[in-house]
Write a protein that binds this ligand. Structure first.
Ligand SMILES: [Zn+2]
Ligand SMILES: [Zn+2]
Length: 249
């Protein structure tokens, strides 16, 4: 009895073995996944991360039959972003973590997801000139429901790791319907003209390269219209970086 009590007392004072931010398992196997060190995820979880693998469209990132510079999906998204890249596909571990983070209240996963994104972006040649990270804003109604904009939180974590400022330069003008419930054609119409650039941020972005940040990019329509607004006020180049690419479209 006494020894059990002593053991419990010791537990209070001894440092706890760090736990995986996702599965709460032990962290020791993290050693083999140095590339994602600091993400707070164990080796078992990290092994399940599915990276984007060729063939894909070099512009929008969509899976294709062979590597192409532009794909049919890009046709409807012309004159906007230069590239879309992401950590992985919106399925398996990434999908599960995002779900927990956005809908189940596991806010502690935000830094892990942001650091995974940072690891991917560090040293990415096409993204190295960026002067600002610009999160895609949430619909006002959804922001009230959820209490936070996941794209902004991911951008803040990413910015902290990369030393790039986060600028909330884009405003959503109308309360657009929820994208995932619409067909591709409807999605394009739904986000059309839904964005404006915050006038007070225009000057600092003119002539600069920026990175649009979102959690999941599906058709790319949202980023397309946001990028067009940024280019129209004099931003020189817009790349998109997301945690995950949608797989069902
Ligand atoms: Zn784990
Ligand atoms: Zn494409």
């Amino acid at each position: 009895m006494l020894s059990k009590l002593a053991g419990e007392m010791m537990d209070l004072f001894l440092p706890r073995e760090p736990q995986c931010a996702h599965c709460a398992g032990p962290m020791h196997s993290d050693f083999f996944h140095k590339e994602y060190r600091g993400a707070g995820l164990c080796g078992n979880c990290l092994r399940q991360l599915e990276e984007i693998i060729p063939p894909y469209c070099k512009r929008c990132g969509k899976s294709t039959q062979r590597q192409v510079a532009q794909c049919p999906n890009c046709e409807s998204l012309r004159d906007s972003f230069t590239l879309v890249r992401a950590v992985g596909y919106h399925r398996g571990l990434l999908q599960e973590m995002l779900h927990q983070y956005k809908f189940v209240g596991k806010r502690s996963l935000g830094p892990s997801l942001g650091r995974i994104m940072a690891t991917e972006l560090i040293g990415h040649r096409d993204y190295s000139n960026a002067a600002a990270l610009i999160p895609i804003p949430l619909h006002g109604e959804k922001l009230v429901q959820r209490g936070f904009n996941q794209a902004e939180e991911l951008a803040l974590e990413l910015g902290k790791n990369l030393g790039i400022p986060v600028v909330n330069a884009i405003k959503r003008e109308q309360n657009t319907a929820i994208q995932s419930k619409l067909s591709k054609r409807e999605r394009l119409d739904n986000v059309r003209d839904a964005f404006t650039v915050e006038p007070s941020e225009v000057k600092k972005l003119q002539g600069k390269d920026v990175i649009l940040i979102d959690d999941v990019v599906t058709t790319g329509a949202t980023c397309h219209y946001a990028a067009r607004e940024l280019l129209s006020v004099g931003v020189s180049k817009v790349n998109v970086f997301a945690l995950a690419l949608g797989v069902n479209n």
